[in-house]
Design a protein around this ligand. Structure first.
Ligand SMILES: [Zn+2]
Length: 179
């Protein structure tokens, strides 16, 4: 019956949507929200559809699974003893894709913060959130300063152009009165 098929499809879709909200990511989001940071999640129009996007700070955060993204020297990243080559190659591909995503985001003026899943365990959560908050705040500061600099440069340029025009007009008037 078609009705059942639709229900099944919807169920699968919902399962897929839920899988995007992995738990460590929720923990980080909750902590950032508590500290007053406002963000958007899974912004698809940005490269790599980052987990957390903070437009006011021009910063994105990715929460990376230690195994899939190959967290160096992490006990959660141990290459399986079977099919070792396959897993090593797979993780290497993920890492290459991650780097490509960072480059694209940075080219668009975004700062990228990586948080590893193991850093969000209870024992290290507080330190991690502190580090991430500091970094976001600093990025926001730099972003605002750069914006202000561009604004000042624009004002200066417009002022100079106006003065130049006024000088030209004065000279023209003088020229006319002389002729
Ligand atoms: Zn790790």
């Amino acid at each position: 019956m078609p009705a059942i098929q639709i229900d099944e499809r919807r169920h699968r879709n919902m399962a897929a949507i839920h899988s995007a909200d992995t738990k460590p990511e929720l923990v980080l989001r909750h902590e950032l929200w508590r500290r007053g940071f406002r963000y958007r999640v899974n912004v698809r129009r940005l490269p790599g559809s980052p987990d957390v996007v903070l437009p006011r700070y021009r910063t994105v955060v990715f929460v990376h699974g230690c195994f899939w993204h190959g967290h160096k020297d992490c006990k959660n990243y141990t290459v399986p003893k079977t099919n070792t080559e396959f897993w090593t190659a797979k993780v290497a591909r993920n890492q290459a894709r991650d780097q490509d995503v960072w480059r694209k985001l940075e080219a668009k003026g975004w700062s990228v913060i990586i948080v590893w899943e193991c850093e969000l365990k209870n024992a290290t959560l507080e330190d991690t959130v502190y580090r991430v908050s500091q970094e976001i705040a600093r990025n926001g500061q730099l972003y605002r300063e750069a914006k202000e600099e561009r604004k000042q440069a624009r004002i200066k340029y417009q002022k100079e152009r106006k003065e130049r025009k006024e000088r030209e007009q004065t000279l023209m008037k003088e020229a006319k009165s002389l002729s």
